[in-house]
Design a protein around this ligand. Structure first.
Ligand SMILES: O=C(CO)[C@H](O)COP(=O)(O)O
Length: 163
């Protein structure tokens, strides 16, 4: 992902995943991201039609977060019934900051305050149009480690490194 101050963000590699309860929204989000000029690569890690029940939210949430932590993707968007299980799972991977966010302000702050790489959404909680809009907005924000928020996020990173 390229981030030149003041210029639009481009070149995102985004992992997208869901369990069976988030499959419909995941498909729509994959389609949107494939059309988004800011996105260089969409990595759909499932679930897929025909194997909807093969993997549950922890499998997908952990696998997506591992890709981000390994530097194979910049961000991940994950959908389950509530988003909660995906966020909990993704947060177990060292270096990952994942959150559920179902409103514009929280989506904005999840990047600008918290440098979250993972956005989790609940298909059983919000409407499809809002989910799609939130993902679009989410790609418009970049964290700036030189702001006061940078030092706060660094406390979390330092703690992880000390464990
Ligand atoms: O929302 C979920 C986890 O947070 C998941 O889609 C459904 O989980 P379940 O209620 O345990 O089936």
């Amino acid at each position: 992902m390229q981030h030149l101050k003041g210029a639009p963000l481009v070149g995102f590699r985004v992992v997208v995943g869901s369990d069976d309860a988030g499959y419909q929204y995941k498909q729509a989000i994959v389609e949107d991201l494939n059309q988004d000029p800011r996105v260089a690569e969409v990595i759909d890690i499932g679930v897929h039609e025909g194997t909807l029940h093969e993997h549950s939210y922890p499998h997908i949430g952990l696998a997506a977060a591992q890709k981000v932590a390994a530097g194979e993707a910049d961000r991940a968007v994950l959908v389950c019934g509530t988003g909660i299980g995906m966020a909990i799972s993704a947060n177990k991977v060292p270096g990952i900051r994942a959150t559920v966010a179902h409103d514009s302000y929280s989506v904005e702050r999840s990047i600008l305050s918290n440098d979250c790489q993972v956005l989790a959404l609940g298909q059983r909680v919000i409407g499809l149009h809002l989910a799609r809009r939130l993902v679009k907005e989410w790609l418009g924000y970049a964290f700036d480690a030189s702001t006061p928020s940078g030092a706060k996020v660094a406390v979390i990173t330092d703690f992880e490194h000390s464990c």
